[in-house]
Write a protein that binds this ligand. Structure first.
Ligand SMILES: Cc1cc2nc3c(=O)[nH]c(=O)nc-3n(C[C@H](O)[C@H](O)[C@H](O)COP(=O)(O)O)c2cc1C
Length: 352
């Protein structure tokens, strides 16, 4: 009874405070606004929106994860440690035992929840364990506990041929580096005046394919690209974006780069989605450039209201954060661009 009365009193108090604009609420968060101004209130409100999404979709406790995407990304992060260890110059016998046990437990959990074991990341994880065991057999180092735990999983391993490590030759790498990268980089500009000649969807898809090679934290590849060709939808999206006035109407295709929060775990990784997604966006920009297609990265520096609107419009799940937009189009025969002067080298290097 006491508890119920307390709850009623609390709800009434919050409702009154809300009416007086003295609280900022966001789902499970309530902050009493003292003397904050517009900037502070919006900053708190929008940060709480980010926190709320991160809390809802990232993973925290491995033994409680149920969602297949959360599990897969935890599994990738774990097996990546194993494949890394196998590639080191002096692979330590019995390395990563704890990671290995956690990995096996995560896969067992994934299987017990009846998720798809044909998923190529699950297969790669099983292969990494298999290779780890083989490596230790070869060097005659006992890892009975791991072998014991893996025994019940082995039947899920489809092929034993996906290698966790590959052998490279310096001369092959150096041969593929013989390109004028400085020239390539310096000839890319943000384009704000595209021609009316449409860009083939296949060309953009091929550029996305190239961008899959972008590095990411523990190789989790959280990025997604929503590619829009429909001009009405492009226009509707650009209405929500604050940096395309004067040229947005010339954009032929629009890519929305997002990042899946389900790929990340723990508070330390709270910004990782933006870093990995941003790197992917850069790769895509260069990949488009390599195909003779112009592009412009457009910020998604926005508030929670517009963010929710865009996700609703494009059916992007709430579990993803939008990193940026990329306007795409063909080049005019000649056109002008801002010079966008770069800082001096000395300004951006700190020699330590
Ligand atoms: C994350 C990000 C957001 C950007 N947002 C916009 C934008 O909203 N509108 C715009 O016209 N340019 C935008 N740009 C393009 C920058 O203005 C441009 O990259 C910068 O001036 C350097 O010029 P350059 O790309 O031609 O080398 C953005 C670039 C980045 C990386």
């Amino acid at each position: 009874m006491k508890k119920i009365l307390k709850k009623i009193a609390y709800t009434i108090a919050i409702t009154i405070l809300k009416k007086l604009h003295k609280v900022i609420t966001y789902d499970r968060f309530i902050i009493i606004a003292k003397n904050q101004g517009y900037f502070e209130k919006e900053l708190i409100k929008n940060t709480l929106y980010d926190i709320s999404n991160y809390l809802e979709f990232s993973s925290n406790n491995d033994s409680e994860i149920e969602d297949s995407e959360n599990l897969i990304h935890r599994i990738i992060a774990h097996y990546h440690i194993i494949e890394k260890g196998l590639s080191f110059p002096d692979t330590k016998s019995g390395f990563g035992k704890e990671v290995m046990i956690s990995l096996i437990n995560l896969i067992k959990r994934y299987i017990s929840l009846k998720h798809d074991t044909n998923n190529n990341q699950i297969q790669a994880a099983l292969n990494a364990i298999f290779e780890y065991i083989n490596y230790h057999k070869k060097i005659k180092y006992q890892i009975e506990e791991i072998e014991f735990h893996f025994a019940s999983l082995k039947k899920y391993l489809d092929k034993e041929s996906i290698h966790s490590t590959i052998e490279l030759k310096k001369e092959d790498i150096l041969r593929s580096c013989q390109i004028n990268f400085r020239g390539f980089v310096n000839s890319r500009y943000s384009i704000r005046d595209f021609s009316s000649v449409p860009v083939l969807v296949e060309t953009v898809i091929d550029a996305i394919d190239i961008s899959r090679k972008t590095p990411s934290a523990c190789n989790r590849q959280a990025w997604k690209t929503s590619l829009i060709s429909n001009h009405k939808i492009i226009a509707d999206v650009l209405k929500l974006q604050n940096g395309n006035r004067g040229f947005g109407h010339t954009i032929n295709k629009l890519a929305i780069i997002s990042s899946n929060l389900k790929a990340f775990s723990s508070f330390e990784e709270r910004n990782q989605a933006y870093i990995d997604g941003g790197m992917f966006a850069m790769s895509l920009t260069y990949a488009l450039h390599s195909k003779g297609i112009g592009s412009i990265i457009l910020n998604w520096a926005t508030d929670s209201i517009k963010d929710i609107k865009l996700k609703e419009l494009l059916k992007i799940p709430n579990s993803e954060v939008i990193v940026c937009l990329i306007g795409i189009g063909n080049y005019q025969a000649s056109f002008s661009v801002p010079k966008s002067n770069r800082k001096d080298l000395s300004e951006i290097i700190r020699m330590i």
